[in-house]
Design a binder for this molecule. Sequence first.
Ligand code: ZN
Length: 237
Amino acid sequence: MEWFKIKSEKNHDLLVVNNFIHRVDRIRDKTEYYKCIQNCGGRAILKNLKNKTDVILSKPRCHPTHGVELANRGFRNKLKEELTQNPTKPVPKVFNEIRRSVITSGIEGATNSEVIDAIPVFTSIKSSGYRKKMKMIPPLPSKLSDLTIEGSEGNDNKIIIFGTEGFLKRLCNSEIIFMDSTFKSAPKLFLQIYTLHCFVMGVMVPMVYALLPNKSTNTYTRIPNETYGLFCGYIFK
Ligand SMILES: [Zn+2]
């Protein structure tokens, strides 16, 4: 008798015997009684014996097996698992990857053609897929003090500076440093993107990007100070 257990959408145990799915009816001591999910009267009994677990099917089934259903559940479970583990991965990408992998490797209890029949169309899993993903992603901060960066304090005057050690080295070795800012493309919570450029082999290249919360004098004077602070050891010419 071929059998295994799977989880239902609500995380209950389901027992699959010869590709018929059963839900728990009752449990008495070490014996678990299950009934067919199609309510056909079909039953399965699982006995936890001393050294092994024995499963028997009682009463014959008057309908085809649940291969397509198994494939469909298997597909949805794999999708859910992948979206929970990689919430930043785009949903259509995850869907296509899982689709390819289940067609190649199959799903326990389902034949190849049952798997192909059971794969849902993308539009039918789209919204639940996005819901699962959103549950895993923390909400976006609504103000700068909510933006947590290791080592920074919770105030609304945060400046975020992006750069690399190599770029800062170049910037410090440069005779002239150019500064520019744009308000238009600043991300939410910031007023402007501020950039420090220098010439590299005759081409002007942006070296450091800073996101600024406002355009006060104090903020502008903080940039060189904070940049020094980050990459101490390099000194502007
Ligand atoms: Zn049945």
